[in-house]
Ligand binder design. Sequence first.
Ligand code: BV8
Length: 248
Amino acid sequence: MSGGIDARLAGAVRRAQRVAVLTGAGISAESGIPTFRDAQTGLWARFRPEELATPEAFERDPRLVWDWYEWRRGLVAAAAPNAGHRALARMQARVGRFTLITQNVDGLHQRGGVTDVVELHGNIHRNKCFAEGVVCEGRPDEGERPPRCPRCGAPLRPDVVWFGESLPAAALARAEAAARDCDLFFSIGTSAAVYPAAQLPVTALQSGAILVEVNKDPTPLTRLATFSLLGPAGDLLPRLVGAAWPAE
Ligand code: BV8
């Protein structure tokens, strides 16, 4: 066992020609960004993310939801990609076809060196008009919270997918195709509780892929996984990449 990684797993990763990866909030936890299941801190401690990440919450109290995203943007700005993000960039460089699909909106995979990331749930660094749905470039003036659309005057909102909203069709289509086509699928740092993202690892299994879960806690996927590594991704992923490609 190199670095405590099962040699069969390391061999399967090395031999894989088409790898798809689904990540969730757990891969950014070691960068200091709370997951959805972590209790929120400070003035956000009394809210659950599921209560705030909805169009209804925004319509009911746009400033509260805007301020929650501004708080999270601050956490992301202060965060750096961790060893788990960087290990996935090294994996991308070695695998023939590699598709990284993320539920996260923090952009840390891109900052950690992964290219062509499939963002299923949007990106916290972009805003769009709440009325027109058109992305508004640039940082709005500090004035009103939420700021107004420069074209129509409606409130701006983060360009992320809220509960009850459809996912971007092109991103979901790419993710589903990668899940069907891959020969090895990683599920990393996600509770596998939110759909349609949580369907992707099952699609991969049903298509004959090897399923590898890397997660701190067991999830509904754990009993289905071909290999399950329980622990922090920032520790396990560098060891797995090192075991799969020891020479480099
Ligand atoms: C939709 C962006 C069609 C915003 C997010 C009943 C059954 C099935 C489905 C539904 C249902 N009722 C409603 C639905 C649909 C709903 C859904 O799935 N609900 C769930 C709660 C049942 N889905 C939707 O609404 C989706 N849209 O279906 O459209 C439609 C259209 C109209 C009407 C109806 C349907 C949209 C879902 C997207 C919501 N947006 N985020 C934002 O970020 O603000 S969801 C958000 O939570 C994340 O993006 C992610 O997807 C999700 C789950 O979070 P995780 O990433 O998994 O994080 P979590 O904290 O849960 O877990 C972290 C894990 O990491 C843990 O397991 C932990 O052990 C582990 N971990 C921690 N530290 C580490 C670690 N692992 C490794 N290393 C560590 N260091």
